[in-house]
Design a protein. Structure first.
Length: 150
């Protein structure tokens, strides 16, 4: 008698993983849509949708970290520093552009240069921390895969 509850072969397990992946992606996009609707269409206070935003943020960050660590596919030694720096700068610019768009267009608020500078500093700090953590996870995942190969 088998120790597992379900006896599945590789094809069935692969199909199950694909279904779970599609449902995961669908759920995340649905939560992002609900969050956007509640924030910008219904103009609910942030207390009404903070829980959804926190859930989506943590879920996506854990997902990215897990993929980088468990796959070990990203070897930082083989990536040129210019690409990493360019990606970081692009990420900061997109974040700043979205933040300015959000407050000025979607929420209809007037923003000053001082506020833009504060947004920029916050985005740079958060992006740096995220990039550092994800970079460490990618490095550790790559080392883990190299040790498994040896």
């Amino acid at each position: 008698m088998s120790n597992t509850l379900f006896n599945v072969d590789e094809r069935e397990a692969d199909t199950f993983r694909r279904i779970c992946t599609v449902m995961y992606i669908f759920t995340i996009y649905s939560l992002i849509g609900i969050l956007t609707y509640r924030q910008f269409i219904l103009h609910q206070p942030h207390q009404a949708w903070d829980d959804i935003a926190i859930l989506v943020t943590i879920n996506i960050l854990v997902f990215l970290g897990s993929v980088l660590f468990l796959t070990g596919a990203v070897n930082l030694k083989k990536i040129k520093i210019g690409y990493i720096f360019g990606g970081y700068i692009g990420f900061v610019i997109i974040g700043l552009a979205f933040t300015i768009f959000k407050y000025s267009v979607l929420l209809g608020q007037e923003i000053s240069i001082v506020q833009i500078w504060d947004y920029f500093r916050t985005i740079v700090i958060i992006s740096s921390v995220l990039m550092l953590i994800l970079g460490i996870l990618a490095y550790l995942g790559s080392r883990r895969i190299d040790k498994q190969i040896e």
